[in-house]
Design a protein around this ligand. Structure first.
Ligand code: G4P
Length: 528
């Protein structure tokens, strides 16, 4: 197949949700449709447990599993679909944010009973900032939950989405009768007796036919007619372009557990979801269909075997074809590299491949050459932008607990930070090191991995900080900036890339600082 054809058939996306909304279940059902797995439960058994646990075995297990499920690929209706796993656990939220830089679209899963929850809000906000096309799947329709219109409103209010239902539920919970597929003008009946059976939709071009009453009963049929009329009055007509621009979000209803409404979602997805998109580099926009290979590393994963400190760097191919054993330029190091065993992912298996195309993810074995955000090209001097670091929410001083192993500690910290496990700040005043994380679980992960993989020991000391703000003065030389540095010197630090960071102890401090030093801009994210 020609390069362009290969690229055009790729759909790379992520599923985002608040934990427990049904992301894993939906992923598994999508894989079943793609024939990538044969039985339900295959992904589920591997599920990353959500409870915050201090059991190290659990941490290890999670790391292993997330390699296995980092990318799940399958073919469906001639399309090559890559699902990028986004950890649901809030302590791994930063990993999820970074993964979102490698997707071309997302599916947002919402629990019908719980509605829009906190993690969903955060993740959707990141997608909205990047105009990523989103499809919403309202899950667990077999349970009692919120009214469909109320939920659509909630998506608009809390997520800032412009929703348009492409399917509509007939009842819910105990009275759940099925889904009317507005997209295909079909009704699918839900049967509680045979939950796993996917009924072929029954076509109803005209909704006022008495056959509908026979099928679902007069009351449900009348309600559905009224609701569909309301839908056509309230919501705009669906238009693929607006969806692709991130201006309109189609909504589907269903039950992932019962495999209901999932096929409709997938069928619409393969039809409308975007193919690999162009990506902005520092010097130009790179189109996915360009022949020369370019790509960037969005995730680094330590392998399970602590004795071999090798890692897997996940490269999103932005353009062209990635070939095994070809020479590529590692832009940050300015050196040529080739990869004899690039992995691709199919369903849950990792295998070595000769060629991968824009839109695909390849796993590259790494002995410490890669950092998150690194670019590979065929020689062109360009760097992809836009892998953000978000302000951590927990801060602790890190101390060396074994003076004989200070080198090991430095190396371990360095590599773990490259993997994006946490962020390291060095205080300007005294050179003390501070580790910032999104969740408290990371401190245990770091301590455990330093000991087992690097033979180093660390201890922590609490540091009461609210946020890290990246500092960008309008003018480095002006008096206001000098004054800012003088007054705040105790709270200034540098991140791993040498960027100036202000550690603020409260939201109030940030507010005060901003009004006192208006020309010194403070940001909660840094784009590496
Ligand atoms: P997550 O990855 O978003 O965290 O959610 P996950 O798929 O693990 O689903 C969370 C729980 O919700 C699971 O139950 C799952 O079976 C259930 N679930 C998912 N989809 C549906 C649905 O359509 N209807 C209903 N009624 N439940 C659904 P669990 O008890 O936590 O796990 P398990 O014991 O079933 O494995």
């Amino acid at each position: 197949m020609a390069l362009i054809e290969e690229i055009k058939r790729r759909r790379t996306f992520g599923i985002i949700s608040h934990p427990d909304a049904g992301k894993t279940t939906l992923t598994e059902k999508l894989l079943l449709f793609g024939g990538a797995i044969q039985e339900a439960g295959a992904v589920k058994n591997n599920k990353i447990k959500k409870s915050a646990t201090s059991d190290f075995m659990e941490i290890e297990r999670q790391r292993g599993i997330s390699v296995a499920t980092s990318v799940l690929a399958f073919n469906y209706q001639g399309k090559k679909i890559n699902i990028l796993d986004t950890p649901g656990h809030k302590d791994f939220a930063e990993d999820t944010f970074r993964t979102l830089t490698a997707v071309d679209s997302v599916i947002v899963v919402i629990d019908v009973a719980k509605g829009v929850e906190e993690m969903t809000q955060k993740l959707v906000e990141v997608c909205r900032m990047r105009n990523i096309p989103m499809i919403v799947f309202i899950n667990k329709m077999d349970r009692e939950g919120k009214d469909a219109f109320d939920l659509l409103d909630e998506c608009e209010q809390k997520l800032g989405l412009k929703t348009i239902p492409l399917s509509f539920p007939v009842g819910m919970g105990y009275d759940f009768k099925g889904i009317y597929n507005i997209w295909e003008k079909k009704i699918n009946l839900f049967s509680a007796d045979n939950k796993q059976k996917v009924s072929e939709g029954i076509e109803f071009t005209a909704i006022d036919t008495p056959e509908l009453d026979e099928l679902i009963g007069n009351k449900a049929a009348d309600t559905l007619r009224e609701e569909l009329e309301l839908v056509s009055e309230i919501y705009p007509k669906f238009d693929v372009d607006s969806y692709l621009k991130g201006e309109l979000q189609p909504v589907f209803f269903g039950s992932a557990l019962n495999n209901f409404g999932v096929k409709e979602l997938l069928d619409c997805f393969v039809e409308i979801a975007p193919q690999p998109q162009p990506k902005q580099a520092d010097i130009r926009l790179v189109d996915s269909k360009e022949e020369k290979m370019t790509g960037f590393v969005f995730k680094i994963h330590a392998n399970m075997d602590p004795k071999h400190r090798d890692r897997l760097a996940f490269l999103k191919i932005v353009s062209g074809t990635f070939k095994r054993n070809a020479n590529y330029m590692h832009m940050r190091l300015g050196k040529k590299m080739k990869f004899s065993s690039p992995n691709t992912f199919f369903a849950e298996k990792k295998e070595i491949v000769e060629e991968s195309f824009a839109g695909d993810i390849v796993g590259l074995h790494d002995t410490g050459n890669f950092k998150i955000g690194d670019t590979l090209t065929e020689g062109e001097l360009l760097n992809f932008k836009g892998i953000p670091s978000f302000s951590p929410e927990h801060f602790r001083y890190v101390n060396n607990a074994d003076p004989m192993k200070s080198k090991q500690l430095a190396k371990g910290l360095d590599q773990l930070m490259d993997e994006g496990v946490a962020q390291l700040f060095t205080l300007s005043l005294n050179g003390r090191k501070v580790i910032g994380t999104v969740g408290a679980l990371q401190y245990e992960v770091i301590q455990h991995r330093l000991e087992h993989e690097y033979g180093a020991k660390c201890s922590y000391e609490p540091l009461n900080m609210h946020k890290a703000c990246w500092v960008k003065p309008d003018d480095e030389k002006n008096e206001e900036f000098k004054e800012f540095k003088r007054v705040k010197q105790r709270y200034l630090a540098h991140d791993k890339h040498g960027q100036l960071v202000f550690l603020a102890d409260s939201a109030f401090t940030i507010q005060m600082t901003q009004s006192k030093f208006p020309s010194v801009k403070l940001y909660f994210t840094s784009e590496v």
